[in-house]
Design a protein around this ligand. Structure first.
Ligand code: AMP
Length: 218
């Protein structure tokens, strides 16, 4: 089973993916997390991706699609794709890769969030540099200043969550990723949730969609 979560940066894809993966046993494939890990480890892939990620641009399609294809093992695994595909070309490459193995995406869920709200969430977001737990200086501050509640790691702002880079990423989303909504609507696997609601409410909406798809697949 393949679930694709679409949404602007800041719409809560990462947070919800972690919750849903725990609940349904999905393998969580988050291209942004993979790039950040590769950049921190200074691997050849990380070195190639670094400039794009830091400046809020998309990493070139051939690098991303090859990386994803290398990580998808379609032997009955359930995958949740978070941050991929990010443009129509990547969606076509994914469809091609899946069709060669008689597979296709089972559900695409668009987490819809107004741009101003996304900008507010991105610039106030903080993340634990050790375990990846996500905080927000306004809505979910750490109990102890700068330290993760779960693991005690340093809680920092992502370099690409600065105001200028966040604005750039939201522009990239509008220009390149938003067209995927129309692309997937035509494919009939499309669902939409209201990502401006509380995290628990968004989890309920997403679970409702996934439960209905799982039921139909039985
Ligand atoms: P994210 O954590 O999903 O916001 O991604 C952070 C950054 O990683 C993006 O701004 C891009 O530079 C890069 N990235 C992540 N996923 C993709 C993708 N599917 N295609 C191209 N670049 C990506």
């Amino acid at each position: 089973m393949i679930v694709i979560l679409l949404g602007a940066p800041g719409s809560g894809k990462g947070t919800q993916s972690r919750i849903l993966s725990g609940k349904y046993g999905f393998k969580h494939l988050a291209t942004g997390d993979i790039f950040r890990g590769e950049i921190a480890a200074k691997t050849p892939l990380g070195i190639k991706a670094a400039e794009y990620v830091k400046s809020g641009k998309l990493v070139p399609d051939e690098i991303v699609t090859e990386m994803v294809a290398g990580r998808l093992e379609l032997n009955g695994e359930k995958y949740l794709l978070d941050g991929f595909p990010r443009n129509v070309e990547q969606a076509q490459a994914l469809a091609h890769f899946l069709s060669k193995q008689n597979e296709s995406a089972d559900v695409v869920i668009f987490m819809n969030l107004p741009k101003q709200e996304a900008m507010k969430r991105l610039t106030s977001r903080r993340v634990c540099s050790k375990c990846g737990e996500v905080y927000n200086v306004i809505t979910r501050p750490t109990r102890s200043e700068g330290k993760c509640d779960s693991c005690g790691g340093d809680v920092v702002q992502r370099e690409d969550d600065s105001e200028a880079t966040a604005a750039k990423r939201l522009m990239v989303f509008e220009d390149l990723t938003q067209p995927l909504v129309a692309y997937y609507k035509a494919e009939q696997v499309f669902h939409e949730v209201d990502a401006s609601k509380s995290p628990d409410d968004v989890t309920r909406q997403l679970s409702g969609v996934i439960d209905s798809v799982l039921k139909a697949l039985k």
